[in-house]
Design a protein around this ligand. Structure first.
Ligand SMILES: Cc1cc2nc3c(=O)[nH]c(=O)nc-3n(C[C@H](O)[C@H](O)[C@H](O)COP(=O)(O)O)c2cc1C
Length: 370
């Protein structure tokens, strides 16, 4: 977590090694906050465990010499199917925060999805991030602020709005609470700093009112808000946080440009299913050819291969991005993306897949319990 010149840390052979290194490069509380899910971390663990339930079947004698992992997603030409997930407060991981992540995205041709809650403004991120970038939006309590964020994202040349719908209520992870973590004062949400009302305390509840229904959820987005948002921007709107096939179909019918199957990396409803488990139902609901991404627990090229085989067009990486950023700044993030891409290429080659389109459910079989 230093501002020193960037050098790759020793002993990183695979992308997941950045996760192993994280406790050594992050202060304990910062690590607990980033690594944790919510509640008892049931969904956090489920996300990872789901990948272990599938094995990849090698295929023989296929000519993969023309192989590549290129794809087109929402009009963006990408060299590989790894996107940088929106993550808040990059300053927790590195003093250069999202400026470093943006440089890594540009160097590796990776699509960066910049969070509403970054430590760096969306304009500064756009200046470094390369052509493929999206803006993740949390609807603001005051629609004027939401409209301003939309205008700023349009002006700064973002390709799409990624509307996060599953995180209005987030209960902290017990392990993060036990660490005593408190958000440092310097970790401000730079995009919201000029909206004074965003820090106005919530009004007091009347007797008998619920802290959740009438409290935390009073400004949670609804289908009406989604319609309003889509009418308020010329940018395509993706929906992030999808788990149920009915929601997927309704979002598709409502005009969403694509979906992200996600449970916020296990930081939303604790006890909700693993994203790899809900992905096939969502894909079946919206049919082939409609963009579906997933995230949650992706730590390797083989994980990505399994997600693609089960219906995803691409995957997003959250925590690995912050761990690599903490370990080696922009260089670390670029290295992590390069490792993931090489791991995916190796898996594709061994499974006899020359392109992403060749990756189908037939390449997977149930893994036997060890
Ligand atoms: C520290 C942290 C901050 C996050 N901040 C946001 C955010 O601001 N907006 C958002 O849509 N998702 C956010 N997420 C969720 C990620 O976009 C993504 O869904 C999740 O990290 C994927 O799981 P993974 O970390 O196992 O890769 C955050 C996740 C973490 C770990």
């Amino acid at each position: 977590m230093s501002d020193q010149p960037e050098r790759l840390p020793p002993g990183i052979a695979n992308a997941i090694d950045y996760e192993r290194l994280a406790p050594q490069v992050l202060p304990q509380g910062h690590h607990a906050y980033i690594a944790g899910g919510s509640g008892d971390d049931v969904t956090l663990r489920a996300n990872r465990a789901a990948f272990g339930r599938w094995a990849i079947v090698p295929r023989l004698l296929r000519d993969v010499r023309g192989g590549h992992s290129r794809l087109t997603l929402g009009g963006m030409a990408l060299a590989h199917p790894f996107l940088l997930a929106p993550v808040a407060h990059g300053r927790l991981a590195h003093p250069q925060a999202e400026r470093a992540t943006a440089r890594a995205a540009q160097a590796t041709g990776t699509c960066l999805v910049a969070s509403t809650l970054t430590s760096t403004t969306l304009e500064e991120i756009a200046a470094s991030a390369g052509p493929s970038r999206c803006f993740q939006l949390y609807l603001q309590e005051n629609r004027i602020h939401t409209l301003d964020l939309l205008r700023r994202a349009e002006t700064a040349g973002y390709h799409a709005i990624v509307l996060t719908l599953d995180a209005h209520l987030q209960l902290p992870s017990r392990s993060a609470l036990a660490s005593g973590f408190v958000m440092p004062r310097e970790c401000i949400a730079a995009n919201l700093a000029s909206y004074p009302q965003s820090s106005v305390p919530a009004p007091a509840l009347d007797a008998g009112e619920s802290r959740i229904f009438q409290g935390a959820m009073r400004h949670a987005p609804t289908w009406d808000d989604l319609r309003w948002l889509m009418q308020s921007t010329r940018l395509p709107v993706w929906a992030k946080g999808v788990a149920h096939p009915d929601d997927a179909r309704r979002l598709q019918d409502a005009g969403a440009a694509g979906l992200i199957v996600s449970n916020h990396g296990g930081r939303g409803l604790d006890g909700s299913p693993a994203t790899l488990a809900t992905l096939p139902g969502v894909r079946a609901a919206v049919g082939p050819g409609y963009p579906v991404l997933m995230d949650g627990g992706v730590r390797s090229g083989t994980d990505a291969f399994k997600a693609l085989a089960l219906g995803a067009d691409a995957v997003l990486v959250g925590r690995l991005q912050l761990y690599a950023l903490a370990a080696a700044g922009a260089l670390g993030v670029a290295h992590m993306i390069q490792l993931l891409t090489e791991e995916l290429h190796a898996t594709m080659a061994q499974a006899g897949c020359a392109t992403l389109a060749d990756i189908t459910p037939d390449h997977l079989t149930a893994a036997l319990p060890c």
